[in-house]
Structures are given as C-alpha cells and as structure tokens.
Design a protein around this ligand. Sequence first.
Ligand code: FAD
Ligand code: NAD
Length: 474
Amino acid sequence: PGPQLPFDSEKKTIVVLGSGWGATSLLKTLDTSEYNVIVISPKNFFLFTPLLPSVAVGTVSPRSIIQSTRYLTRHKTRQVSVIEAEATDVDALNKTVTFTDNSEIKGLVSSTTIPYDYLVYAVGAEVQTFNIPGVKEHACFMKELHDAERLQRAFMDCVETAAFPTQSTAEVDRLLHMIVVGGGPTGVELSGELHDFLEDDLKMWYPELAAKIRITLVEALPSVLPSFSKQLISYTESTFKESKIDILTKTMVKEVKENSVVLQMPDKSIVEVPCGLVVWAAGNKSRALTQKLMAQLPSDQTNKRGIVVDDHLRMNGTNGSIFAIGDCTATSYAPTAQVASQQGSYLARCFHELAKTEKLSAKAAEIEQALTTTSSGDEKKKLEDSLASVLKKLKNQKLRPFHYSHQGSLAYIGSEKAIADLPFMDGNIATGGVATYLFWRSAYLSTLFSLRNRTLVATDWLKVKLFGRDVSRD
Ligand code: FAD
Ligand code: NAD
C-alpha cells in the first residue's frame, strides 16, 4: 500500500538527514547506482543561505534562492527517495531512524521508522539564544527562509506604524530604531542590507521618516567580524560609520522586551533602549536531535559544540555507520557553507570507494570459496593468481582523510561594498570596496544551485536597479 521506497536488497541503504549545504553537495556527487538512497528533511528544498539577508529587505525574492531537492535527485542513475519529514529519533545501536510528517496536512500515517546501513547526519544547527529572556518571543531570527520573510514584513510594519497620524515623536523614534544583535557575518550583512533599503528606497517612499530610521549593531566582543583580518574589520567599521550604522561593541544584550532591549554596556551599566525591531544573529547551537543522538554515546561524544567525527567524518563511537557533516559537527573548521559542501562531496567519494571495497571483498570471498572446492592444479593456479590480484587491489583501496581547502571569506557590508579575505600563495589578500562587491556578486551568482536560481537572482538584481525594492507589505 502507498508509495514504497526504492529498494534493492543487494545494495546497502544510505539515509541522508537534511537538505542543506552538506546533504545537497553529497547528493550532487553521490553515485546512486551503488546504494539505496533515502533523503529525509522537513524542508523539501535547498536554501542558498548567503543571500538570505538580501531576501529580508526584498533585494532578492525568496523563491529565487531555493531549489527543490527533487530537482537534483530526479537526474540520478537510480531513483532517490525524498521524504518531507523531520527525523525525531536516531537509534545508533539498532541503526534505525524515526521520522514524522510535521507539516500542516497529515495522512493516516505520519510517523515511521526505517533501518539504515549508513546514516549521513547533516541536520545543521539551530539559533543560539543563550536562554536570554524574551529572545524567542520578541526577536526575529535570520536563519531560515521564513525568518527573512517575517523580518521584511515586521520592518515594513514598523515603518508604516511610524507613519500613522499623530504618532508621538518618541514613539516614531522607537519604531524606527532597528537593533541587530551579533556582529558576526550574518549581523553585519543584514545591517548593510537594511542600510541599502533605507538609502535606495525608503528615503524616496517615506521622505518624512527616513532620516529618523536608525540601525544599531550590538556585539559582545571587542570588535565585529572577529574571523576577518584587522584591516577589513576597520574598513567595515568606517563604512558603517559613513552609513550611519551605529556599532556598539563590548555590549551584551541581556533581555529582549516587546518594545526595547536591555543592554549591558562596556562599563557594566545596564541600559534599556527602546526599539521597533530586534534581529537576533548571535550564532548557533546543536539541535535537540543531535544532543539526543550524542547522549547515546556518552564516552565518545562529549563535545558540547556538536558531534565529534574522525578524519573520515565518521561519528566517533558508531563503527563507521554514521557520518556527520556541516554545522552539526564540532571540528576545527568554522561552521560555514564552504566546509559543509566540501564535506558533502568528500563523503560522496568515500561512498564510491566503500562500494568498490565491498565489491572487491565479495570477489575475494568468492575466489576463496572456489579454491576450497577445486582439485585441478591449473584451475587452482588461475584462482590463486586472480585472488592475489584482487587482494592487491584491496590493499591499494585507501580512503584519504578529509582535507578542507579554504577558498576565502566574503561578506557584503552595504553601500555596494564587500570585503574579502582571500588565500594567496602562503598568505592572505584582504580587499574591500566596490570591485570586491562585484566579485562578491559574481562569486555568489556562480555558486547558486542551478541555472534557474542564477537567472532568478540576476533578474531580481536588475529589477531592483530599475524599479527599486517593493515596500508593499503582504
Ligand atoms: P544547513 O544548510 O542548515 O542544512 C540543514 C538541513 O537539515 C536543512 O535542510 C534542515 O531543514 C534539515 N533538518 C533540520 N532538522 C532536521 C531533522 N530533524 N531531520 C531531518 N532534517 C533536518 N556560510 C558560508 O560559507 N558563506 C556565507 O556567505 C554564508 N552566509 C550565511 C548567511 C546566513 C544568513 C546564514 C544563516 C548562514 C550563512 N552561512 C554562510 C553559513 C552556512 O549557511 C552554514 O554553515 C551551512 O548552511 C551549514 O550547512 P549544513 O548542511 O550543515 O546545514
Ligand atoms: P557568529 O557566531 O559568527 O556571530 C555571532 C556573534 O554574536 C558573535 O560575535 C557573538 O559574540 C555575538 N553575540 C552572542 N551573544 C550576544 C549577546 N547576547 N549580545 C551581543 N552579542 C552577542 O554567527 P553568524 O554571524 O550567524 O555566523 C554563523 C556562521 O555562518 C559563521 O561560521 C559564519 O562564518 C558563517 N557565515 C558566513 C557568512 C559569510 O561568509 N559571508 C555570512 C553569514 C554567516
């Protein structure tokens, strides 16, 4: 009854959890002729996160930066099963995954458990709130597509509410004060995009209000963008100063209230700042599912940051049955799309090699079996020769450890300026400005998932250049 999963009992089953950077990169390269492949994710699409801040202000439309996972899997040699569901439990001992359809519409069956031979765990991370009061209730996040859409609506709501007749000056000032928490790349890029929206569009549509809009970026550390070179940090700070984006460093958000944020200032004093909108971009933490999985292996999985893997991305303590990639892992690499996608394609090559090894081992076992039954000397010699050749090939089958190749860091900082830290020879080139912005645009355009995405994003950019961003609120 109902659709069955593509299954060949001769082949091993790989279950992939997630449809983000890591999982998608794996699926792109994986040779599905070797395995039964099942993908489970609550989102049936891939999201190109680097352009998410652009969606939040309407520079790019939401649909332009997503691509259905089925678009990728339909071209595979053997059918891949794509299931829109959330994994709710992984049993590392019995090698099973339980998943549930958590969408609005449910059938009679909405939860089931399936076995796997290999699990690729690529569920990413969730927003870190540090349990700071009011964050979940009152702040907007910048992690998923719906976060960006929600932010766009909330931002315009603040502006329209400020335009309401007889609004007091203090209330207008509050409504038009946007606070971005977290001076990492997400917070910086979003602040830059908000500034562009203000300069390019709001000044024209809301001339009486635009001058009152304030953007404040709050960062607990002594500087924004700690992972970028000093020169680019200063460049970003001076660009923000010119753009009238206030940066408050060494300042920690202690509470988010409905109409204000509570800040601990560098001198430890507590200040409550009225605001219309708070965007929370203060980093990530492990998902509850990841913590639950790690708790099954208490002696091997002790890192609070995430799953510990070996050089071949095998989750410690699972005998090579679970591979973990991307933001759900605790490695020496930064949790970036670059790392996750390189890990995904590495894993696809690993699976190819694993399939080869398994085929060779089966062949060797077959010859060994034949050797026990043959009595002819010639036949025996032939079998021994071919066994030696198979064993030699098996010996040469080596899985190289994962090696990350850093292609550089890029970030958009608004005002048609971007910054880039690019590896060059044994050193680094730090560059910022309008030329870097053009490089940023072309780099992202070329890394987008498909020709469809590239065309849509390029068209969005052109539309904004010609007609400006849309200020209507749906
Ligand atoms: P994700 O891409 O987050 O994918 C996780 C997947 O798992 C998703 O499909 C999710 O739906 C699915 N999932 C979640 N829960 C479950 C479950 N229970 N069961 C099954 N599936 C589940 N990095 C860069 O290198 N460059 C950038 O410019 C850049 N810009 C960024 C901008 C923003 C706004 C953000 C938020 C991040 C940015 N990053 C960037 C970081 C990058 O997006 C992440 O490092 C990357 O997404 C990690 O890939 P991943 O596959 O581990 O996780
Ligand atoms: P992040 O962890 O890099 O930065 C979060 C910042 O928030 C930190 O600097 C932290 O000090 C600050 N913070 C935390 N709690 C705070 C509080 N209570 N008050 C004030 N400040 C607080 O997070 P991110 O920017 O979302 O980035 C996540 C990952 O995604 C990183 O690895 C990043 O490199 C990657 N990313 C890359 C790009 C890019 O390359 N363009 C863009 C976005 C994200």
